[in-house]
Design a protein around this ligand. Sequence first.
Ligand SMILES: [Zn+2]
Length: 564
Amino acid sequence: MMKRLGWTIIIATCVGVTILPADEIPKKNARPKLAVLLVFDQFRGDYFERWQDLYGEGGFKRLLADGAWFTNCHYPYSDTLTAPGHASLATGSTPSRHGIVANDWYDRIKGATTTSVEDERYQLLPAPPKTTPGASPWRRREETIGDVLLKTHKMGKVASLSIKDRSAILLAALFAQICYWFSIEQGIFVTSTYYRDQPHNWVTAFNRARPADRWTEDFWLRMMPNLDYAKHTGPNSGAQGIGYEQGSNFPHPFFRAKEKSDKDYYSAVTNSPMGNELLLALAKRCIEAEKLGQGADTDLLCLSFSCNDLVGHCWGPDSEEVLDVTLRADRLVKDLLDYLDAKVGAGKYVVALSADHGVCPIPEVTAKLGKKAGRVAPEALKEKAAEALQESFAKDQKKLPWIEASYGPWLYFNRATLKEAKVTPAQAEKTVAAALAKVPGVLASFTRTQIQDASLKGDPLLDRLRLSFHSANSGDVMIMPRPYHIISGSITSPKAAAYRTTHGSPHAYDTHVPLVVMGPGIQPGVRRERVVPQALAVILAESLDLPPPSGAIAKVPPGVWMKR
Ligand SMILES: [Zn+2]
């Protein structure tokens, strides 16, 4: 096979046209045996071009050369976070429809913050020593590509694996047969009793070997010791985090975290490229054990590599650490594609790669370059809002509990307090939005009433916010930070050790992500038109001869398929 292909390439090069043997001519109706939905968590749209010269053969380069590469792909909504990103990629929809507005939000019925996937009706499996709620996809209100696949191809399988629970669960189908993520409490991969009563035997065997324990005496070192990392990164402002006793510069030890606690050690593993390696090892085991792409029907494998996100939060997108985790991601993709070639067969699978969001440079790095940048403290927003309401509606009276909860850029009013003080929600919203708009670093503030008033048109920020808003889950007033500003506590807070920058805004550094699809019948080439990442779901659906998921907002871009 290799020899024949080699000759084909030589002949094609000589005559200047691509001539493939008849049995290798890709056709759209040759349905792939396996679809791979590949997500790199926090992978900005410029990383492919920025480090193009540093990638090896067979990884990103292969995808970019043999696939349709959309260089101008942006999320259309404002709150660019992990859970909304994964739910949007899988459903082809927006948070306004699928309801996953953030990673966590305030649940008014429960009277507490909830994560996007926690579900107390279930338990984690294997169960951790400390009671932790289980998880399920019930909050996602739209069907995914996996749901459509299972409805149509009864013998098909959907497997979804990630380091993060929300990423695995939100990418998967409602009734995915295989769904696992990594527990930093236990150092093993877990699922939820929502999916199964017992972990699969191959997962139990994988866990029993304790692969995550392999680095306890080790360091995270640069993958390419002869490459001048500093030349390809920077500037370095000295504002990088230290992670979990890992330090702000290479080499990053694991043993210091291990000395502190097992949880710190496993957190350090996921806050390094080693977590991605673990996931790849599990993915291979899954393909092998479940014979994905090797059965009678079509299967879907969703893989979300989370470590790029954690490393990016800690050391920032201009760091040597993000360069290293990206170079290693390139090698990991080569390893995965080689494995798929061997197990499923080259040309018999389709791979779609994207990301859930980009990232803002560390504000201190941007400030060093002379641009305006900074941090907007969430606590300050909450205080300012409460002060404004007290001043406007209960001046010189005892302090009232105006704000019930806040999450990220969102504030949730205490509706009982408003009622008691005879203040309408619209009055309160207006007062708070006006006060927050004056906070340094705030670009704009919006209210629930404005978002729900369809007659307010023509504000591009409001339009994007509408796509992030779900009336049951979103709050009452929200702010958008100015470019290069992030909602974040002080850089000296304990959380900032591993969390120095973030994402979640409608600015291009957060919305811009890669989109590449490679598979039978896909026309290779660089595509410069603006698209949304949700196009991934509809392209994958069409490639598998499936209808698009019912909430899909995008169409298949013209010219994606080779002409037959
Ligand atoms: Zn993140």
